[in-house]
Design a protein around this ligand. Structure first.
Ligand code: PMV
Length: 361
């Protein structure tokens, strides 16, 4: 495929006095239909759909200055962090063809998360998309300095975020995003995500996601290793067929506001993700006893009250409790009374569907 995002404008020399600082914040997202299994250059084996979150986010600032050769330092929450920085450096190195100007700059990157490091919340979607937004902002400012202005293009931001960390592709859009080619949605692509914010029923635009922190430990199996295990998973092809079917039906329910179908698919997807982990070789279990207790409590409460709340899980033990804004008071009471005691220090994060990345500088 011809790459449409290699810009001729940036192949020349960076002006000598070129320096400045850019800043963006970008949110995490929670998948409803899960991306689990990849192919090629960070392409998904099946399409996925997510809510863009609001409170779980990363703020990143990049200070740049003309230099003879590429220079780079990375600070996470005030401290130099070479391990984290190495991931970004590798991304820049692997993709320098798209950003040739990088080789004439020194970059100092400073990043911080709104959520505690030990909350077990995956930060690669928010951190990588925040960094990519900064990179595109830098490219934009360079284009202005050369008198050839370009606009910020969210599809392009999604494309590069995907190359940095698959699920980050979905974080650049407000409300909801779809990543991966499906016949059920025109314009969808494996290369980048597309926005669903104009497509979905209003009930989903203000959805809540209360994240119940069952464990703050870092994951015992990285998502990179998890994706790789899908290559030999005996259920892989059945999984990809099912995910495609779930995408089709979830899309229909997102449009109509059919919460029964939404709940059915969302919970089934969460359990399937963990079932796939449990039947890979080697197998692994990321749920904790308190995870299961919470799932059972949620289902019992739903049966009893008919309130349309449901759960989803990421690749970890924490539970994302999803519900419409109209039910927030009752569900928050339920969390305090019945669920908080299963959480570390009775802690949960009150998050909700958000508006996507925001420029800070
Ligand atoms: O973006 P990655 O490579 O960290 O993979 C994310 C995988 C899940 O979070 C488990 C599911 C998803 O679609 O976000």
């Amino acid at each position: 495929m011809k790459n449409i995002w290699i810009s001729e404008a940036f192949k020349g020399v960076v002006p000598n006095d070129y320096q400045g600082k850019v800043g963006w914040r970008s949110p995490s997202n929670i998948a409803l239909v899960k991306y689990w299994g990849k192919k090629g250059k960070q392409l998904p084996q099946n399409p996925s759909i997510s809510f863009t979150l609001s409170e779980c986010r990363t703020e990143t600032f990049v200070e740049y200055e003309k230099a003879d050769r590429f220079g780079f330092s990375f600070f996470f929450e005030g401290k130099e962090n070479p391990a984290f920085g190495a991931k970004i450096e590798k991304f820049l190195h692997d993709n320098q063809v798209y950003f040739p100007f990088i080789n004439q700059l020194h970059l100092k990157v400073e990043s911080r998360n709104s959520f505690p490091h030990s909350s077990g919340i995956a930060s690669s979607a928010s951190s990588m998309s925040a960094f990519v937004m900064c990179l595109l902002e830098l490219e934009r400012s360079l284009s202005l300095s050369k008198g050839r202005p370009i606009d910020m293009d969210l599809r392009k931001a999604s494309y590069f975020s995907r190359l940095a960390s698959g699920s980050a592709a979905r974080s650049v859009f407000p409300k909801m995003a779809l990543w991966g080619k499906t016949e059920a949605y025109e314009g969808s692509s494996d290369e980048y995500a597309v926005s669903l914010s104009e497509y979905i029923h209003p009930v989903f635009k203000t959805y809540h996601d209360s994240i119940l922190i069952v464990s703050g430990e870092t994951k015992s199996v990285s998502s990179r290793a998890g994706h790789a295990l899908m290559e030999e998973n005996p259920y892989a092809s059945a999984r990809y067929t099912q995910a495609n079917e779930n995408i089709k039906n979830l899309l229909a329910s997102l449009k109509s506001g059919d919460l029964d179908t939404f709940i059915n698919i969302t919970e089934s997807e969460a359990l399937q993700l963990h079932a796939l982990m449990m039947c890979s070789n080697p197998s692994f279990i990321l749920m904790k006893p308190n995870t299961l207790s919470i799932l059972n409590e949620i289902r019992a409460f739903r049966n009893e009250t008919q309130i349309p709340l449901c759960f989803t899980l990421d690749a970890g033990p924490n539970v994302h409790l999803l519900y419409p804004e109209s039910e927030a008071e009752k569900v928050e009471h339920f969390i305090k009374e019945n669920l908080a005691s299963y959480c570390v220090d009775n802690k949960w994060i009150a998050d909700y569907v958000g508006d996507g990345p925001k420029k800070l500088l």
